[in-house]
Design a protein around this ligand. Structure first.
Ligand SMILES: N[C@@H](CCC[C@H](N)C(=O)O)C(=O)O
Length: 298
């Protein structure tokens, strides 16, 4: 999919409506487009218009299903945040992706290999309709996040305004910072989230997770997502929190992550292993996107 650039601010009047499916994974919601049957060209401003919760469809991320770019994968998967930025990975989106390609009869395979900007992931549709995702190997060195630090560590002090917070960093295809808090209900997600998201030590910006450890196999988590704001659930955020918590000795190998939208099961057998996630994927409705008339340039 390539962005189009035009010299006029008005779309051609007969631009056909675009079919889409609205889906969610534990309340992290998506507009899903099928670009396997027709090419779809969107500009960041189109995505922002679609994402608008009052004037558009409203979503946290836009997911685009594309033909597999090579013979060893079944599909391509592109992801855009509500602010129009393209991102490398989306865990809840991956589960909805699997459900979508089944519902649309694009494949009948139970094991689906998908190419993302961050590499290949493998999705497995279970008998119960849940989806298991092999999210690949986490990466934790500062340059892989990317994060500016003098040397690798498990926790980094980071100055934010007049405070210093301690955080772990994990790349799950996309960048995550994880902070441990005593109580997620009172955690400063709305204030610290955006400050860390755009902190100069994270040159590609970052998703910020606030984790409350209830037991070695149970955490609560809220995530302020890069390019979107706080969401009801973040799949890669859940994986990153479990990886960070396990490396720090706080968590075991199988953890239930309680997000505001519901629970995810995360399994990480430790260094050198891939992270596995399991959870639901829900179709909400099918719709047609009618291109808005753009206002004339002022
Ligand atoms: N909601 C997602 C993550 C989406 C991308 C993220 N906002 C980013 O910018 O990296 C998930 O479920 O993983």
């Amino acid at each position: 999919m390539t962005a189009t650039h035009t010299t006029t601010s008005r779309r051609p009047p007969l631009h056909p409506p675009l079919p889409f499916t609205k889906m969610h994974g534990l309340g992290n919601d998506f507009m899903v487009l099928d670009a396997t049957r027709q090419p779809i060209a969107l500009r960041p401003e189109d995505i922002r218009a679609m994402a608008d919760r009052h004037f558009g469809v409203g979503f946290d991320q836009l997911l685009v299903v594309e033909p597999g770019p090579s013979a060893d994968v079944d599909f391509g998967y592109r992801i855009f945040n509500a602010d129009g930025s393209e991102v490398e990975q989306c865990g809840n989106g991956a589960r909805c992706f699997a459900r979508f390609v089944h519902d649309q009869r694009l494949t009948d395979k139970r094991r689906i290999r998908v190419q993302t900007c961050a590499g290949t992931i493998v999705l497995h549709v279970t008998d119960t309709g849940n989806v298991q995702v092999d999210m690949g190997m986490p990466r934790c060195s500062p340059q892989e996040i990317p994060f500016t630090a003098p040397a690798p560590a498990l926790l980094y002090p980071v100055a934010v305004g007049d405070k210093t917070v301690e955080l772990a960093v994990v790349n799950m295809g996309n960048p995550h910072a994880v902070l441990r808090v005593a109580d997620v209900d009172s955690a400063p997600v709305a204030t610290l989230g955006p400050l860390l998201e755009s902190h100069p030590r994270f040159p590609a910006r970052v998703n910020v997770g606030f984790m409350q450890v209830l037991a070695p196999d149970r955490i609560r988590l809220r995530v302020y997502e890069r390019g979107t704001g706080e969401t009801l659930a973040c799949g890669t955020g859940a994986c990153a929190a479990v990886v960070a918590g396990q490396r720090l000795g706080w968590l075991g190998r199988q953890v239930t992550v309680l997000l505001p939208g519901g629970p995810l099961q995360i399994d990480w057998q430790g260094e050198g292993h891939n992270v596995h996630m399991q959870g639901p994927a829900t179709r909400v409705y099918e719709g047609l996107w009618h291109w808005p008339e753009m206002p004339p340039a002022m």
